[in-house]
Design a protein around this ligand. Sequence first.
Ligand SMILES: Cc1cc2nc3c(=O)[nH]c(=O)nc-3n(C[C@H](O)[C@H](O)[C@H](O)COP(=O)(O)OP(=O)(O)OC[C@H]3O[C@@H](n4cnc5c(N)ncnc54)[C@H](O)[C@@H]3O)c2cc1C
Length: 398
Amino acid sequence: MIVPTRVAGLEALDEFLPLAGSAYARDRNHDLGVSRRTVSGLSPYLRHRLVTEREVVGAVLERHTLGAAEKFVQEVFWRTYWKGWLEQNPEVWRRYRRDVDRAVDAGVPAGYDEAVAGRTGIDAMDAWVRELVDTGYLHNHTRMWFASIWIFTLGLPWHLGADFFHRHLLDGDAASNTLSWRWVAGLQTAGKTYLATASNISRFTDGRFSPEGLATTARALDEEPLPPRTPVEAADVVGSPYGRVGLLLHEEDLEPESLLAERPGLVARLSAVAVSADPGGRSPQGASAAVVAFTTGARDDAATRTRDADGRPARTPTDARPAAVVEWARSEGLDTVVTPYAPVGPVQERLTSVRGALSAEGIDLVTVRRRWDGEAWPSASRGFFPFRGRIPELVRQL
Ligand SMILES: Cc1cc2nc3c(=O)[nH]c(=O)nc-3n(C[C@H](O)[C@H](O)[C@H](O)COP(=O)(O)OP(=O)(O)OC[C@H]3O[C@@H](n4cnc5c(N)ncnc54)[C@H](O)[C@@H]3O)c2cc1C
């Protein structure tokens, strides 16, 4: 079981550190089963920022040179890259949400129910569905094979596969998930698809699976052209706190200490703290029980770690709806609510409504983006390879 606390995340990081160099570069593509992990397993912690990218990369580079840990550091930056790319192309998220909503309203296509119940008759797919549902995790290579078989062998819509992942992955993330599915489908790098083959699956699963009857071709999907890119907001802090200031944490960033330490003087006195989370916002079909338990646990962990200026622990409103946030802010007599910036995705949608509801009460919402994101995101406008060239410079600033 993956424990949803910062302490457990830091322990997992510590345990993985010796493996982050050549062992990771050699073994990371192998999925040897649940009990023989070749990767860090840090994604649920990074996704909720119980542990930050900066801490992970910083600890790895204290132990290894950048040359030795290059592969691992690059993988962490894939997360940053996807987020920066989606920030600049929010239309991709809007269309994804629209298409999932429509499919759920209209009724799912033939074959969908069998696929998500693990009854396709393709042994590997059926086992991976069980692993995903039971553990809330799949290895990266397995996610690629799964998405490829879903789209090209089973002929199911990519966005419903992405929605199934998003509902069940503890690390389910609007950018990494949506854009990785698009990459497999040939939408992200136009025309370039990913085709899963039995020989590759057999080689990298140590012969555990060698599925028969897989598609032998993968024709790229197409889409309406995207609108021009939206530039990344230049300022890390949008708005200026005044009067009585409260802090509202959410499931995109649950480590306030380092966030506020980046901005000395921004909040002179923290009058109140609340932590809200709504894992069900990931999908019109809600999130799995495992995701709800992890996210709620992570929220509660952040609440116990975060106190206001008078030493009072954070409140955890019973729901994340704007009305509950307004009720908290009013009961504390706040003039300003400061919150970590939420990138494109469900939490950003929620905060847009929260901003409107607070504003109607004369309360300002101020967003604070981490320097890590502000420095890197503007470079995520094209492919990963030009972005990758900036990694040495970005890690020098750690
Ligand atoms: C179809 C598909 C869907 C995916 N959905 C998600 C998702 O919803 N959330 C998510 O965090 N990752 C997603 N990934 C990326 C990747 O599979 C996971 O981040 C990785 O498997 C997590 O395991 P780990 O922590 O052991 O990774 P490690 O290999 O130990 O990597 C360390 C960290 O780097 C980041 N990372 C590694 N690989 C990637 C990658 N390819 N893209 C983005 N970040 C990466 C993660 O934060 C990870 O914790 C998806 C990949 C595919 C192909």
